[in-house]
Design a protein around this ligand. Structure first.
Ligand SMILES: CC(C)(COP(=O)(O)OP(=O)(O)OC[C@H]1O[C@@H](n2cnc3c(N)ncnc32)[C@H](O)[C@@H]1OP(=O)(O)O)[C@@H](O)C(=O)NCCC(=O)NCCS
Length: 169
């Protein structure tokens, strides 16, 4: 894995930068707004402490503000997308797709051969986004996520090969 390149904008008018500890209160606030079973402040703090990549995406024009974020864990030559989130008022405007493209480009440029993620079968927007962006279903993790009334929900495991995969079709 090589050093991260200077972050480029995911799309005009947007800026990407590494997540800092000072972002975590706001990140946890957005997370609680958009997920029924959100990560906690501590989950994000632990991720940064563990050396995972944390990225935040904000408007670089106008009033600005943090509107999306992602957590990516590096394995030797694969990345695991642990969290991809866009704040509720700006969902459905193409930002999630732009962030995912940005994450794929960044990981590929830094030598990752594939990106892996888990997604709830009930999360139609996320599933459609991943399928549209070339992720393929490769497995199912039974009872992976907490669900309402003490139930559990399976996770669909998806993978996409990246630019530096020599076996990419
Ligand atoms: C999933 C998420 C990251 C997508 O980001 P977004 O900015 O809302 O999505 P985009 O506007 O970029 O749309 C990308 C694609 O997602 C799908 N999509 C977005 N909103 C959708 C909706 N309400 N219903 C169905 N599909 C939807 C579509 O396939 C869309 O492509 P299209 O415009 O060609 O139809 C965002 O909605 C989010 O943060 N949701 C809550 C957190 C979450 O579920 N994260 C993923 C966990 S695995």
């Amino acid at each position: 894995m090589s050093a991260p390149p200077t972050p480029r904008a995911p799309r005009p008018g947007w800026a990407a930068r590494p997540m800092r500890r000072g972002d975590l209160a706001q990140v946890a606030q957005i997370e609680a707004r958009i997920f029924p079973f959100p990560w906690t402040y501590g989950n994000f703090a632990d991720s940064l402490a563990a050396g995972y990549d944390g990225w935040v995406f904000e408007a670089s024009e106008g009033p600005g503000g943090l509107l999306g974020y992602a957590i990516v864990m590096w394995l030797p030559d694969e990345v695991h997308l642990l969290n991809l989130s866009v704040d509720a008022p700006v969902q459905g405007l193409g930002l999630g797709a732009a962030i995912l493209d940005w994450l794929v480009d960044d990981a590929g440029a830094r030598g990752a051969r594939s990106m892996l993620l888990e997604v709830r079968p009930s999360n139609t927007p996320a599933l459609r986004l991943y399928e549209r962006k070339g992720f393929h279903r490769v497995g199912l993790r039974r009872r992976y996520y907490p669900a309402h009334d003490g139930a559990r929900e399976d996770a669909i495991v998806m993978v996409r090969r990246l630019a530096s995969d020599p076996f990419r079709g």
